[in-house]
Design a protein. Sequence first.
Length: 97
Amino acid sequence: MIDGFKMAHLLADKGYDSDAIVAKAEAQGAKAVIPPRKNRKQPREYGKALYKLRHLVENAFLHLKRWRGIATRYAKNVSSFVAAVQIRCLALWLAIS
């Protein structure tokens, strides 16, 4: 999937349910956690509890994109952009804890 990154699991939605993607993930030593499409003749098992965690990541990106400075990448250099993302993540974390 992503060369140069070690991963234990590959979390993806139904749009990435293909034998080629699953085979490549398994070749890199990762377990594919992808729900099967409805038209798959032999549905593949996947970790439903682990797949639910993907929803948390999706929501985190949703909240980050709501902040105009991050969505439009207002900061032009990398360090300022990363700092803005970290500040927003900290604000989100404080709001939920």
